[in-house]
Write a protein that binds this ligand. Structure first.
Ligand code: FAD
Ligand code: DLZ
Ligand code: SF4
Length: 516
């Protein structure tokens, strides 16, 4: 650049969108974009190898895209000898090198980085402007306003407001089909013989292959491997993934949304969270594509509404909750859970076939679908009373779509009830009967889902009743827990004692590292 740099504009690894606020009004002649691969971001938790490949490869592709638009990019590659290996360090290095007049960034998705950025202006000695991230459909101020004065925050009401605001699946001011919610139709058990169309696979190009080699060499001790990486790393690929989902799988998404099948974690799910979360897809485009499929007769309403609810409802809701309650949300442990995360969360070596399958899917693909995350690994952690800090970290590490703003409320709130009911009105606790109904895992299991005590009984059964009994006084005022509480009250004391002894001996064996 001949003249001095006017504005240094930062683009983070999950901000890879043409419509990024920090790129708004860029002066190609005088502004410089900074993108930095840094060890700090790759290791603040030891991310799954495939997640690091995804982010670094998508960053390199996005830098190319900016350069094609005539934008000057200062790109720090992980192996550059002068790389300071932190975002703050790279920002300060560029300030010293180029002497910009100001810095512009888009608000980061995670609280820890926002804290770090709060000191950047003082350290850099020039103004640092942190812009709201307008790529979400509900701004944080809007969410605060919505939450203000409500006794409890329920996703359902938030979602209806979002449907109205963005005019998705609406006829005037009424929901299409006369109902807001078609969930009751979306909990079916999938019969055998159904073969879901395969989600597209994106073969690594030269850039991605170079990143795979780098990650394999530098982060060999992280969970999972780079082998088989095939996620979208550009906006074009992400658009293909979305189009193929809408054309081929959306119609059946609703019916089998909650079903789990051994060896096939994707089924009819969209596989778009990695693209949405790093900025390659925009949530409104996703909702509109789904709505168009309904209007064109490609997909039924239960499927489209069920899908829109996830993107327009849950995704925006969890982000709002995260920013409303951080940093204190990250310390919550309402049920006082302290048990150590068992080794099988990493090795997949357990006789519980459901857990073994979900951990293996997760290790191999950095992916498991929602119900696998919630009702198998999440449910087990809830029932066994695993320490929320350790569970939280596990989920941050293992999924390619994990960023704290979305991971933490789902884990601490939805799965573990560690937030005491901020995210949902009751814990998603379930016995083996649920897993047996909603998966084919139990057929290949060493345990029997119909037995609760004795050798070979499904551990989820005794753990479930132990969990309900352990926290019985807490559930007393909760109408949504009335049914299990009543069942517990009607049980013979000897039966309860037997179930609790079974749970205790299972947990003791697990804590001793025995094969369970
Ligand atoms: P689909 O099932 O096809 O759903 C479509 C989209 O809806 C997803 O891509 C996602 O963007 C959105 N969505 C669905 N459910 C949720 C939800 N509960 N919260 C936010 N967005 C949602 N999602 C993440 O993006 N990152 C995470 O780190 C993450 N951790 C989770 C941890 C637990 C314990 C649980 C229960 C859920 C978690 N989720 C997380 C939500 C959900 O499981 C994933 O978004 C989904 O599995 C991604 O796969 P998909 O794209 O095939 O989703
Ligand atoms: C996840 C991630 C990784 C693995 N690496 C980088 C990186 O090297 N440089 C970068 O700018 N961003 C990276 N990211 C994404 C950040 O962690 C993310 O921007 C913050 O967590 C805020 O959401
Ligand atoms: Fe899981 Fe129990 Fe079924 Fe085995 S029997 S797969 S442990 S739910």
């Amino acid at each position: 650049m001949k003249r001095g740099v006017e504005t240094l504009r930062l683009v983070l690894g999950d901000q890879l969108s043409d419509a990024l606020p920090a790129l708004d009004g860029i002066d190609q002649a005088r502004d410089l974009v900074l993108m930095a691969e840094v060890v700090d971001e790759c290791t603040y938790v030891r991310h799954h190898a495939k997640k690091i490949v995804l982010v670094l490869s998508a960053m390199r592709h996005f830098a190319e895209r900016l350069r094609e638009r005539g934008i000057v990019v200062a790109y720090s590659a992980l192996d550059d000898s002068d790389n300071t290996q932190s975002l703050q360090g790279e920002m300060l290095r560029m300030v010293a090198l180029h002497r910009p007049k100001r810095i512009v960034v888009t608000a980061p998705g995670e609280w820890r980085l926002m804290q770090d950025m709060a000191v950047w202006q003082a350290k850099a000695g020039i103004p640092v402007e942190i812009l709201d991230d307008t790529r979400f459909l509900c701004g944080l101020r809007q969410f605060r306003h919505w939450a203000d004065g409500r006794r409890s925050l329920r996703m359902e009401f938030f979602y209806r407001d979002m449907r109205r605001q963005h005019a998705i699946l609406m006829e005037d001011d009424q929901p299409v089909g006369g109902r807001w919610n078609f969930d009751a139709e979306n909990r079916k058990r999938m019969p055998g013989g159904i073969t879901p169309p395969r989600a597209p696979s994106f073969a690594p190009d030269t850039i991605t292959r170079a990143v795979m080699d780098l990650v394999a060499a530098r982060f060999a001790d992280h969970f999972g491997s780079v082998d088989g990486f095939d996620l979208p790393v550009t906006a074009e690929q992400a658009a293909v993934a979305l189009d193929r989902f809408v054309a081929e799988r959306l119609a059946d998404f609703g019916d089998w949304q909650d079903f789990m099948r051994g060896g096939d974690p994707v089924l009819f799910h969209a596989l778009i969270s990695t693209s949405l979360n790093c900025g390659l897809l925009a949530p409104l485009d996703v909702c509109k594509a789904a709505e168009a499929a309904y209007r064109d007769g490609i997909a039924p309403l239960n499927a489209v509404e069920g899908f829109v609810r996830q993107v327009l409802g849950w995704r925006e809701f969890v982000r709002g909750l995260y920013w409303l309650h951080m940093p204190e949300y990250g310390r919550r442990n309402a049920l006082g859970a302290t048990r150590r995360l068992p080794a099988f969360y990493w090795s997949a070596e357990t006789r519980m076939n459901c857990v073994a399958n979900v951990v293996a899917d997760t290790r191999d693909n950095a992916y498991a679908h929602h119900i696998q995350r919630l009702m198998v690994t999440g449910n087990f952690a809830l029932l066994a009373g695993l320490d929320p800090d350790q569970v939280d970290e596990w989920y941050m590490i293992v999924y390619a779509d994990a960023y704290q703003w979305v991971e933490m409320p789902n884990v601490r709130g939805m799965a573990l009830f560690a937030d005491g009911g901020v995210m949902g009105s009751k814990p998603y606790a379930a016995s083996g009967a649920y897993i047996n109904r909603m998966s084919d895992y139990c057929r290949g299991c060493a345990y029997d889902p119909k037995q609760s005590v004795g050798e070979g009984a499904c551990p989820f059964n005794a753990l479930y009743w132990d969990f309900i009994a352990r926290h019985a006084s807490r559930w007393a005022g909760n109408p949504r827990m009335a049914m299990p509480l009543r069942t517990l009250e009607r049980m013979e004391p000897a039966k309860i004692a037997g179930l609790r002894a079974q749970a205790e001996s299972f947990l003791d064996a697990m804590d001793r590292g025995e094969a369970v």
